[in-house]
Design a protein around this ligand. Structure first.
Ligand code: SAH
Ligand code: SF4
Ligand code: F3S
Length: 452
């Protein structure tokens, strides 16, 4: 009989990608994906440790799953409850202690072992043993050896992880500890997965990595490619019409990579390049290895190459020692640089990171006030950017059905979410295609248009 696996994904796109690989690796074991934890034989929480709130959510979800598990037990059934991802890596032993209902805890670099771990867990339970499984090994290469894309379902967009881990050690960040040190997949592996995606009808591929622009892949024959070479080669694959990559670090934004945005038409005019703060004092304390001037220079160069570039970023407010004046420098940088879209957060002290122990922690209410101000400015800029395309015809990749009947959802080259009125055209005919859309309405979030 088929079994069911339910995976809840928290956090970044890397986790979304990993979740898909876990589903792949469990399929040959007879596990079918399920949309709810009720009735599932295996529940995996694929967790995120980046900010306090994200990590705390896991424990409340464990409580919710426990009740479902208890119900199942009343009917003489059982489920395996597993916690994977970055919280598992960071606090595996604590989860085991705090949540006895959890059967298995495993870190992001162990997913290829999932079938083995699940079998082991089931047999431990059947033998009535109390011991549980904890695997937080960080050897990333083995994971990728055994976890390449399986049968890819037909869909127009896909992620492709090309790099994992981080050696940058920004003083606020847990990623170097949860994902381990920087690792790039080989050229052959990446190209093999990319061809599978193209064969499955993928039109837009997003290359993923915690520091994707630090990619340095090697091949069996001794070639070495950075991200510019990789994008250039991927663009030659039939079917790929759009290439994106995320997340980049300003430090690794080389001139060659900037030029790719001008030379390779498949490379989209959109870039997520987090700056985090506008004050050089704070950037230094964050160990960001760039300052506000070098960041602005990079953006200026890129806009010379791609004047229509849509820029996205990440910001942290209330980093230890951030004064009103430092914060004002962040606001000033945003006013100068202008963003099409951005993410912003209150600094969250994370266990084990240097910034958590720094003096001059900023009060929560000050952080909140600053975040509100920054978000208002960013929203204004996002709306202005969206409004600036009203009246233009943009190529939009149709990804799913829209909010209303007779509408479809897609993305513009600038990553804008577009609701498309289909008129008398059928959604099925347009799904997965890039269509010309006349943008009629802007606004802060979804923009609206009609088939041109
Ligand atoms: N590798 C990427 C993304 C890392 S995590 C990069 O270097 O930019 C995504 C974002 O979460 C970061 O860019 C940062 O803005 C935010 N973040 C990370 N740690 C945080 C913390 N302790 N508190 C608040 N925000 C944090
Ligand atoms: Fe975290 Fe900094 Fe690495 Fe990004 S570059 S993952 S923010 S340590
Ligand atoms: Fe979160 Fe881990 Fe991604 S901490 S942001 S899931 S790398």
């Amino acid at each position: 009989m088929k079994k069911k696996i339910y995976i809840k994904t928290y956090g970044c796109q890397m986790n979304v990608y990993d979740t898909e690989r876990m589903v792949d690796v469990m399929a040959p074991e007879g596990y079918e994906p399920s949309d709810t934890p009720e009735g599932a034989d295996l529940v995996v929480l694929n967790t995120c440790h980046i900010r306090e709130k994200a990590a705390e959510k896991v424990y409340s979800d464990i409580g919710r799953i426990r009740r479902i598990k208890d119900e199942k037990k009343k009917n003489g059934e059982d489920m395996v409850l597993a916690v994977g991802g970055c919280v598992a890596q960071a606090e595996g032993a604590e989860i085991m202690k705090r949540a006895p209902v959890v059967d298995m805890v495993f870190g992001p670099q162990t997913y290829h072992n999932l079938p083995k771990m699940v079998k082991q867990s089931i047999s431990l339970k059947q033998r009535g043993e109390k011991s549980r499984i904890l695997d937080t090994d960080l050897a990333v290469d083995e994971k990728f050896d055994q976890l390449s894309k399986k049968d890819v379902k037909k869909k127009p967009t896909a992620f492709l992880t090309i790099q994992e881990g981080c050696d940058k050690f920004c003083t606020y960040c847990v990623v170097p500890y949860t994902r381990g040190s920087e690792f790039s997949r080989t050229i052959e592996d990446v190209m093999k997965d990319a061809r599978k995606l193209a064969d499955a009808g993928v039109v837009e591929v997003t290359l993923l990595g915690q520091n994707v622009n630090a990619y340095h892949g090697v091949s069996g024959s001794g070639d070495e490619w950075g991200l510019p070479e990789l994008i250039t080669e991927l663009a030659k694959i039939d079917g790929f019409e759009r290439i994106r990559y995320t997340t980049s670090h300003p430090h690794d934004m080389t001139d060659e990579l900037l030029r790719v945005h001008g030379d390779v038409k498949e490379c989209m005019p959109y870039l997520h390049l987090p700056v985090q703060a506008g004050s050089d004092k704070i950037l230094k304390a964050m160990n960001r290895s760039h300052d506000s001037a070098s960041y602005k220079r990079t953006i200026a160069k890129l806009r010379e190459i791609r004047p229509d570039l849509a820029l996205s970023g990440d910001f942290i407010v209330g980093f230890p020692g951030e004064t009103e004046e430092d914060f004002e420098q962040t606001m000033q940088l945003v006013r100068e640089v202008t963003y099409a879209q951005a993410y912003s957060f209150k600094f969250s002290p994370r266990p084990g990171t240097p910034a958590a122990l720094m003096d001059d922690q900023v009060d929560e209410d000050v952080k909140s006030t600053r975040l509100t101000k920054l978000q208002a400015l960013l929203k204004e800029q996002q709306t202005a950017f969206n409004n600036s395309v009203v009246g233009r015809v943009l190529p939009v990749l149709v990804e799913s059905t829209g909010k209303t009947k007779g509408a479809a959802f897609g993305r513009s080259p600038y990553m804008q979410a577009v609701q498309i009125s289909l008129g008398n055209k059928s959604y099925d005919d347009l799904y997965g295609k890039i269509v010309d859309v006349l943008i009629e309405e802007g606004g802060p979030f979804n923009i609206q248009g009609v088939l041109a």
